[in-house]
Design a protein. Structure first.
Length: 301
């Protein structure tokens, strides 16, 4: 295996661990938002390092859309048992059943936006005052506006024009009752950094990140996996392709890429040659130019 023991990865790791320890020191009830994707898996690994030899001192919270890849859920359960973490799961379906959220209509109704309601209800239920997220600044332009400590008001909303300065690694976690912070330890990481770090640390990840055969439909340039939540349109059909996923989320909006990358080294080489960001495969981000920012203002991850 290629040696990815790079100096900049050490610096990024040290920065992320410092931020996690700052949160543990400043906040009473932090939580780590866990999606089962590579970024949240890396955050769990960093949390293990930050607080070793003790166990991770905060729970993991998974907002389950009900449209998850089975492979992601299986990996989540195996990982939680392996690291000895506490897992909290809250279901978007419960929010729909309670009338708190309304299911989208259409041929591929996404529940990505509905996660916001379930997430804010969970934060309120457990009185979490800080939530770790895996956002990176190279993912999407709205996430480039985030600070490490991202203040949210009493309604869980984000105001990009009202964020606090972070000079000399000083982080201001003061808040009013009912407010909370989203914290992004991976803010200075790129997709390439994440993959090189996974290779360096030999972190287990779900196999759907590697090439495999899967039935997909090409919908407006996005390869969507066959599932019970997608309705084929006229002249559409499923076809078997050799694909992998660069990002993992709601099956109705998470696109695959055609790929033969079957190892971490091949994935890294593929990303280095790619001219499309990983979120370029996400159909929900293509709904409007400000799709992500609009969701974040409402309380999205």
């Amino acid at each position: 295996m290629t040696n990815y023991n790079l100096t900049h990865l050490k610096q990024l790791e040290s920065e992320a661990i410092y931020i996690m320890r700052e949160v543990a020191a400043q906040f009473e009830k932090p939580v780590l938002l866990f999606s089962g994707g590579k970024d949240s898996i890396v955050m769990v690994h960093l949390a293990q390092k930050a607080f070793f030899p003790a166990k991770i001192p905060f729970p993991l919270l998974h907002i389950d859309t009900g449209h998850n890849f089975v492979e992601t859920l299986d990996f989540r359960d195996e990982m939680v048992e392996r690291v000895g973490a506490r897992l909290i799961v809250r279901l978007v379906q419960d929010s729909i059943d309670k009338g708190r959220a309304v299911e989208e209509k259409g041929p591929n109704p996404s529940r990505n936006g509905l996660q916001t309601i379930t997430l804010l209800d969970a934060l309120e239920e457990f009185k979490f005052d800080a939530a770790f997220g895996g956002g990176r600044r190279d993912e999407e332009k709205a996430r480039a506006k985030e600070r490490f400590f991202s203040h949210r008001d009493e309604f869980g909303q984000w105001d990009p024009k009202n964020q606090r300065p972070e000079l000399w690694n000083l982080f201001n976690g003061k808040k009013q009752i009912g407010e909370h912070f989203r914290v992004f330890p991976l803010s200075n990481w790129t997709e390439m950094d994440v993959w090189q770090y996974i290779a360096q640390e030999q972190i287990p990840i779900p196999y759907i990140y590697f090439t495999h055969q899967r039935e997909v439909v090409n919908r407006n340039g996005t390869l969507l996996s066959k599932c019970d939540f997608i309705t084929l349109l006229k002249d559409e059909f499923y076809e078997q392709k050799q694909i992998r996923f660069r990002t993992i989320g709601d099956m109705t909006c998470t696109g695959a890429v055609e790929s033969s990358a079957n190892s971490l080294e091949e994935i890294i080489e593929e990303i280095a040659a790619s001219r499309v960001t990983e979120r370029g495969t996400r159909a929900d981000d293509k709904r409007s130019e400000a799709a992500m920012e609009d969701r974040k203002k409402q309380g999205y991850f």
